[in-house]
Design a binder for this molecule. Structure first.
Ligand SMILES: Cc1cc2nc3c(=O)[nH]c(=O)nc-3n(C[C@H](O)[C@H](O)[C@H](O)COP(=O)(O)OP(=O)(O)OC[C@H]3O[C@@H](n4cnc5c(N)ncnc54)[C@H](O)[C@@H]3O)c2cc1C
Length: 465
């Protein structure tokens, strides 16, 4: 009896639920990875290079890991076609996989189900609690986080399992196509990746991030909001591609410290957004607060062009965008400030920001991205009120008081004294000349007046009341 284990976004051998289950249920297990041609054909799904690079290296790493277990079969094509062919080739009785909750994966899995007539079984692996597992008293899914969180905390959390022990079979393998064959040019990436812990991916890097985070997790609650301190785990790309499992992350430690609990709370947010997207799959296209569909957002313009280059003249916003362009990642507090800026200062449609983030984030996760953007735009089930508008300068003063984060991404502001780092345009002309940073030439003047835009934003939201 043969079971194909179709690995998708869990690029690891360890603590892999579908693999463990298949090893228990079947004599032979055939691990398979499909390079989905629907994603790599240029049809709007094609990921940005930073993310692809991370994924590619993680997959390469996984192929090596699987060698000691008889190999991981790699095929390229449409999943339903590849699976159908392979089922015939090895006379498989079942396909096991770990469930995914995004609209794309649900559609893809449904296509396979329609095409193939053998057991097709999904397992919970990506999250702790999925779909409709946590419901309100009236049996509806939660829109508000705090109530969901209480129930989430009360439920038992599974521990990581050991590596599945399975027998496999010998099947021809197409091998991994090159990045060039997938439509990417990797020139220059070795230098870019060499000093960036995020770019390269792979389980061993994920494990070493997890290990080093153990030293910081105890004071996570105190320092997580300060981007200059680099205190968070940086594990989001690894959780996205499953080089580290959610159980390995949660059980990083076993004490009852404030830091660990605050960190586990973030993992709860992750589950929360997955269940929201599962229950309201349309939310990545339409706000959960329906009336905000009617907001008349502005068209993209020169301000947006300046934003995309990190040249708005608001140092925290610019540092955030430049961090993203340079590293493929952005600190959570800065993501919030940036999204709020695009919503309530630039007055641009949230889908414009979504596409920009999607292109650049290594950790792009449909559920958390939609949830995060909706929160900042005040259009989600659980978001900040529309009249709460972050002031980008005050946010910077609060969370990057000495400007260390700003200075690390905006070299032009390196010499600006701390008292002006959040408002470089207020430096005297003499000081600008002395430090070699002329505002308007070396670093831009602010592209807008926050006070005016704040007022306009509130009017915009109230216009659809
Ligand atoms: C506008 C916006 C867009 C976002 N887009 C994404 C995205 O595409 N992918 C993504 O993984 N996260 C997203 N987040 C959530 C959060 O910013 C990142 O998960 C976090 O910054 C990743 O860094 P870290 O791994 O060091 O986090 P840590 O602080 O170490 O947190 C640990 C893990 O918890 C999860 N997590 C943390 N914060 C959140 C959150 N607010 N919502 C959901 N999960 C969370 C992540 O998996 C993260 O790796 C977004 C947030 C906002 C405000």
């Amino acid at each position: 009896m043969v079971c194909i284990v179709w690995l998708r976004r869990e690029l690891r051998l360890n603590d892999n639920t579908a693999l463990v289950e298949a090893a228990e249920d079947f004599d032979k297990v055939l691990p398979l990875y499909i390079i989905d041609s629907d994603i790599f054909n240029d049809n709007g799904l094609k990921p940005g290079f930073d993310r692809v690079f991370f994924w590619y290296n993680s997959l390469k790493n996984l192929i090596q890991r699987f060698r000691d277990w008889g190999g991981l079969v790699i095929r390229v094509g449409k999943p339903e076609v590849v699976l159908n062919n392979l089922v015939g080739e090895v006379d498989a009785q079942a396909i096991y996989f770990n469930s995914d909750y995004t609209p794309y994966s649900r559609k893809r899995d449904q296509k396979v189900l329609n095409f193939i007539d053998i057991e097709f079984k999904g397992f919970k692996d990506l999250v702790f609690h999925e779909k409709k597992e946590i419901l309100t008293g009236s049996n509806t899914p939660y829109k508000v986080f705090s109530y969901y969180e209480k129930k989430w905390n009360d439920l038992e959390k599974k521990k990581p399992t050991s590596i599945a022990d399975f027998n496999t079979l010998d099947v021809s393998d197409e091998g991994l196509p090159s990045l060039k064959e997938l439509g990417y040019d990797e020139k220059g990436y070795d230098e870019k990746g060499s000093d960036n812990p995020l770019f390269r991916g792979g389980r061993s890097r994920g494990l070493s991030l997890l290990d080093s985070f153990k030293e910081r997790v105890g004071s996570y609650h105190e320092f997580r909001d300060y981007p200059g301190m680099e205190w968070t785990s940086l594990l989001s790309p690894h959780l996205k591609f499953g080089t580290i499992s959610i159980r390995e992350a949660y059980w990083i430690d076993d004490d009852d410290s404030k830091g660990l609990n605050a960190w586990r709370r973030q993992l709860c947010w992750r589950d929360f957004y997955f269940q929201q997207l599962w229950n309201w799959p349309e939310m990545y296209k339409t706000p959960l607060k329906k009336k905000y569909t009617e907001i008349d957002w502005r068209d993209v313009n020169q301000e947006w062009d300046a934003f995309k280059k990190g040249e708005t003249g608001f140092p925290l916003i610019d540092a955030g965008v430049r961090q993203l362009l340079e590293t493929g990642w952005m600190h959570n507090r800065v993501r919030m400030a940036v999204a709020s800026f695009v919503a309530k200062d630039l007055h641009l449609d949230w889908r414009v920001l979504d596409s920009f983030f999607k292109k650049h984030f290594i950790d792009f996760e449909r559920a958390s991205m939609t949830g995060g953007i909706h929160w900042c735009y005040s259009i989600g089930g659980d978001s900040q009120p529309y009249f709460r508008v972050f002031n980008p300068t005050k946010q910077a003063k609060k969370y990057d008081p000495e400007g260390s984060y700003i200075k690390s991404y905006i070299p032009e502001l390196q010499m600006v004294p701390n008292e002006y780092i959040h408002k470089p345009d207020e430096m005297s002309e003499e000081l600008q000349r002395d430090i070699g940073c002329i505002v308007g030439e070396d670093y831009p003047k602010p592209v807008l007046k926050h006070k005016e835009r704040r007022k306009k934003a509130i009017e915009l939201y109230e216009s659809v009341k």
